[in-house]
Design a protein around this ligand. Structure first.
Ligand code: FE2
Length: 209
């Protein structure tokens, strides 16, 4: 019974943490509805097919991602790509908030020590997101006891190698094309400026690092 519930949870489309129009004018309702209702849902549907009859049927997304990542002996691209995209999207929705709060005292201290402060971290995240070539993600994460900022390609995530992720920005074109066509920098800048939830990052830091 527990296994059935666990599998259902891993393959279920998680509800958005806010109304689909709550991020306007930075991200439109239309973009959110396509992104969540079509793209995110499709990764889960493809994942359900990819894990059918495998040892991953009862596993969490984290386990699937870490066990099937590129370079692992058990690398399985069809499972990895869809499980990682499902995990990354759920993480992205919860990285954004219509009226985000700033970082906690603890996160502020870590940002000062590791990245030169909040403003420098925002700048580095913007640069990573804007300059990444092709589809992918920009991340703030903890690895080796340090805060780090980096972009990953396609479905890859720092979580696949055990890092604690704190925030992400989706830089696949489907995240901004309907609203801004090819202007990724404008989407990235507005998202960092208006929507990134540093309070959520602070809670993730407290829970995992
Ligand atoms: Fe996406």
């Amino acid at each position: 019974m527990g296994a059935i519930l666990k599998e259902a949870a891993a393959l279920e489309l998680p509800p958005l943490p806010w109304a689909p129009d709550a991020l306007e004018p930075v991200i439109s309702r239309r973009t959110i509805e396509f992104h969540h209702g079509r793209h995110h849902r499709t990764y889960l549907e493809k994942l359900a097919k990819a894990i059918k009859g495998t040892e991953f049927e009862d596993e969490s997304l984290e386990t699937m991602v870490q066990a099937t990542a590129p370079g692992r002996p058990g690398a399985k691209p069809a499972i990895f790509n869809n499980a990682a995209q499902a995990w990354n999207h759920a993480f992205y929705w919860e990285s954004l908030a219509p009226r985000p709060s700033g970082p906690s005292r603890e996160l502020t201290k870590r940002l000062d020590a590791d990245l030169g402060g909040l403003d420098a971290a925002k700048k580095a995240l913007g640069k990573a997101a804007t300059e990444h070539f092709g589809s992918g993600w920009a991340w703030l994460f903890v690895e080796g006891d340090k805060l780090r900022i980096a972009a990953t390609g396609n479905a890859e995530t720092p979580m696949q190698r055990g890092a604690t992720c704190l925030l992400t920005i989706d830089v696949w074109e489907h995240a901004y094309y309907l609203d801004r066509q090819d202007k990724r920098a404008a989407y990235v800048e507005a998202t960092i400026d208006k929507l990134l939830d540093w309070d959520r990052a602070s809670r993730r830091l407290g829970a995992g690092a």
